[in-house]
Design a protein around this ligand. Structure first.
Ligand code: EPU
Length: 343
């Protein structure tokens, strides 16, 4: 197995932050993970699993052995009267996989088109967009235990999905799997008959413009791509990690208090009685849109996205993030929680 030394990671993280991996191993199969796990010289080393690098902030060189997941393959596992079950290798690009499923005639992932990153990283933070989250289309996944080398599978309940959260983001024993497993394959359950998920303001606007009341999956896919391209910076052009903070949830009382002070606050009532606030709006209201700290900045068209204006360090990104947290806290009494993993 080839172990690369001092590997530049700038092109392996969507923020394009300059950092190096002291050692990097490319993982093309389950067997490659097992080799790393069972070889005595690697056993003791801490390991860091890298997917598409679209949800991380690198604050320095990475000392743990980087396992760069490059497992490929896409296939229909099963078709029943009720669903298509499709599987992809963890190293497949997420958007290319979504595009492929639609081309093959397996709709259901269209609302999540153009989310950056890999298939294997998608369950880690339970990616979601325009009313659909990964957990809504999830069947199961395969992973390899980094201590024992054993292959295991998890269903949705075992992944403990939450809003931009899963068992893979938590390190607490015995349940947390952060740093303890490599996801190798993910299977999706795409229900039949297909039903459009509409209702998001941006999508409704596209429907009205096109004078369409019953859109096809392909139309939704195209609209989602158009909306994202208009609002979110393309990581290939401007380094970023998508939304930098989660949308916070507050109680009805807290929300009433905030509305009394800021009647225009964008908020959504959830089924459990709590209220979700638009973090982008809160940051925007504090005047951060377009501002910078060093080479890290707040995107001009969407305040929830922090960008690398060229040569930003992870430290600059985190300094900006903390300054935003402080000003939102001082004005609204809400502590925003970052979405990416800080390494
Ligand atoms: N808003 C502002 N100013 C801003 C940004 C947003 O006023 O600078 C307002 C918007 O006008 C809108 C509201 O905030 O009324 C919400 O904005 P938007 O519809 O763009 O969605 P979001 O809450 O900012 C979330 C996800 C995105 C996902 C979109 C669409 C999170 C943290 N982000 O963004 O996910 O694409 O909804 O479903 O939940 C990601 O996680 O990386 C991501 C891009």
């Amino acid at each position: 197995m080839l172990v690369e030394k001092n590997v530049p990671l700038q092109s392996c993280n969507s923020f394009h932050i300059v950092a190096k991996a002291h050692s990097l191993v490319r993982i093309a199969s389950e067997a490659d993970v097992q080799t790393v796990v069972t070889q005595p010289e690697w056993q003791e080393f801490p390991k860091f699993v890298l997917g598409g690098g679209s949800n991380i902030v690198l604050t320095g060189d990475v000392r743990p052995v980087v396992l760069k997941v490059e497992i490929l393959g896409k296939r229909l596992v099963q078709e029943t009267a009720k669903a298509y079950v499709v599987e992809a290798g963890a190293g497949e690009n997420w958007h290319d996989f979504v595009t492929w499923t639609l081309q093959q005639g397996y709709p259901g992932l269209e609302n999540m088109a153009l989310i950056p990153g890999t298939v294997g990283a998608a369950p880690v933070q339970n990616v979601g967009a325009y009313g659909v989250e990964l957990q809504d289309r999830f069947e199961s996944l395969d992973a390899v235990d980094l201590q024992t080398g054993k292959v295991f599978s998890l269903n949705a309940a075992q992944c403990a999905f939450g809003y931009r959260d899963s068992v893979f983001k938590h390190s607490s024993q015995p349940l947390g799997l952060a740093g303890r497993a490599v996801i190798t394959r993910v299977r999706f359950h795409l229900p039949k008959p297909w039903k459009a998920v509409l209702g998001y303001a941006d999508i409704e606007k596209k429907m009205a413009e096109a004078k369409v009341t019953q859109p096809t999956a392909q139309q939704i896919y195209q609209w989602v791509c158009d909306i994202r391209r208009a609002k979110l910076p393309d990581p290939a052009v401007i380094g970023n990690a998508g939304s930098f903070f989660k949308n916070p949830t507050v109680t009805t009382e807290q929300c009433a208090d905030i509305i009394a002070r800021d009647p225009k606050i964008v908020h959504y009532h959830l089924a459990d009685g709590s209220v979700k606030l638009a973090a982008g709006w809160l940051i925007d209201a504090c005047g951060w849109k377009g501002k910078s700290v060093g080479n890290a900045g707040v995107y001009e068209k969407q305040a929830l996205v922090l960008v690398n204006r060229g040569g930003a360090t992870g430290g600059e990104v985190m300094t900006l993030a903390r300054a935003i947290q402080t000003s939102v806290y001082e004005r609204f009494g809400i502590m925003l929680e970052p979405e990416p993993v800080v390494v």
